[in-house]
Design a binder for this molecule. Structure first.
Ligand SMILES: Cc1cc2nc3c(=O)[nH]c(=O)nc-3n(C[C@H](O)[C@H](O)[C@H](O)COP(=O)(O)OP(=O)(O)OC[C@H]3O[C@@H](n4cnc5c(N)ncnc54)[C@H](O)[C@@H]3O)c2cc1C
Length: 392
């Protein structure tokens, strides 16, 4: 028999006061499509920017499962804030695993102290494909430097970030080798925002376009020249899919909890109705499936890393992609069902205290934030390679 009496303690999560503060700014930041500066200040002050920074550099040395727990909890309060933090953690992981010793010594302690918030520049003018970047890194007149010019149409928190990890096409001797990743501090760039950020959801991520120009030191390359693909397999993609999925699930879970508490009071649904019970069960099952797949994928990545094994395997790519596809579709379906269950005034109104309307809009972005269309076809191709069908 399974012992169900004592579930394992979850990893450390945010303090109640932090979560409350973050939730208190969510509505205003969403309505005005503004960056949640108060929430970011609290995350900086509370040491959360250093969550994945190893303790030897002054960070929390947190685990991936811990990051998932925290992202879920933050997203229950404000999904935009959670995504901002989660994407910062993704960038930190890239640095921890792929920057050289000098760059780590320079940057990681400053991240841990809350001084540096990192934003991500991977999307290019011609779309979301990670490996197609139009602009090339060129040698500056002083050979110690590289000239960087990048048009980035969507940069979460870009106007508030202290530094960026930017993908650039290699030039010169490495030109056949594809894309590089560069650490670019804000102070070394000229930054010109363009366009407006007025989307349906995720409005508080303030993901406006930026034109970045400057000269960065050659030793600011993260990983080997032209080998961003290695970093993307080892760190950027797995972390993105874990962290985003955690955000989506956390927002849906909190919304569901709020809805369940209101059934029979502000939500007029009848608890004894088999139709209502079935609808509730379908929402619960979707959230259970996403949670289990999220934790299982996270465990698999942590185990492979602990053992020093590569994450660049078709079965692992399939699991990581499956997580993103399933989480984005099932959490959105769950909140869609919540709106139906709650009805017009509680479910569909922007003024409802349950905020289902905001969560619905936010979760609609999940299938777009790295397009599911790309992932479905990529996962099909990978499945043709993994003919032994190594399921998670
Ligand atoms: C909230 C949010 C925050 C973001 N933050 C950042 C950030 O900080 N930094 C950053 O660089 N980017 C960011 N992005 C961008 C994101 O990573 C994606 O690049 C972007 O959402 C993809 O947009 P797209 O669908 O227009 O582009 P694409 O992925 O280029 O797709 C273009 C079109 O082609 C279709 N398509 C693509 N592949 C296929 C296929 N195989 N089969 C059929 N159709 C296909 C798509 O459906 C779409 O209609 C963010 C996006 C969101 C929503």
């Amino acid at each position: 028999m399974t012992d169900v009496s004592a579930p394992p303690a979850p990893p450390a999560v945010g303090s109640a006061s932090l979560i409350e503060l973050i939730g208190s700014h969510a509505r205003d930041a969403d309505q005005r499509a503004r960056f949640p500066v108060e929430n970011m200040a609290a995350l900086r002050a509370g040491g959360y920017l250093g969550y994945l920074v190893p303790s030897e550099y002054g960070g929390e040395g947190g685990s991936l499962n811990g990051m998932v727990s925290l992202a879920k909890e933050l997203a229950g309060a404000c999904m935009s804030t959670a995504l901002i933090w989660a994407m910062h953690c993704q960038q930190v992981d890239c640095l921890v695993r792929h920057a050289d010793a000098a760059l780590k010594a320079e940057v990681l302690p400053r991240i841990a102290s809350g001084e540096i918030y990192l934003a991500s520049v991977t999307t290019g003018s011609s779309g979301g494909s990670l490996m197609s970047v139009d602009e090339t890194l060129t040698d500056a007149p002083d050979r110690e430097f590289l000239t960087l010019g990048r048009t980035a149409p969507v940069v979460t928190g870009g106007e508030y970030a202290d530094a960026f990890l930017v993908t650039m096409r290699e030039s010169g001797e490495h030109s056949d080798q594809g894309v590089s990743l560069v650490y670019a501090p804000r102070t070394e760039l000229t930054i010109r925002p363009f366009g407006e950020w007025n989307p349906m959801g995720m409005r508080a991520t303030a993901s406006r376009g930026l034109r970045l120009e400057g000269m960065v030191r050659r030793d600011r390359l993260v990983g080997r020249p032209g080998q961003f693909r290695e970093i993307s397999h080892d760190s950027m993609i797995p972390l993105a899919h874990l962290a985003w999925s955690a955000c989506w699930l956390g927002a849906a879970q909190k919304a569901f909890s709020g809805l369940l508490r209101q059934i029979g009071s502000t939500v007029p649904a009848d608890r004894s109705s088999p139709l209502v019970q079935e609808r509730i069960a379908r929402i619960r099952v979707d959230l259970e499936l996403v949670n289990a797949y999220l934790r299982r994928t996270c465990d698999e990545i942590e185990l492979l890393r602990e053992r020093g094994h590569s994450l660049n395997r078709p079965d692992l790519h399939i699991h990581v992609n499956t997580l993103k596809l399933a989480a984005s579709e099932l959490t959105f379906r769950a909140v869609d069902r919540m709106v139906q269950l709650a009805g017009l005034s509680v479910g569909y109104s922007a003024d409802s205290p349950l905020s289902l309307e905001r969560v619905f809009r936010d979760l609609r972005s999940a299938a777009l934030n790295y397009s599911n269309d790309r992932l479905w076809t990529a996962t099909g191709v990978l499945s043709l390679i993994d003919r032994s069908v190594h399921l998670l």
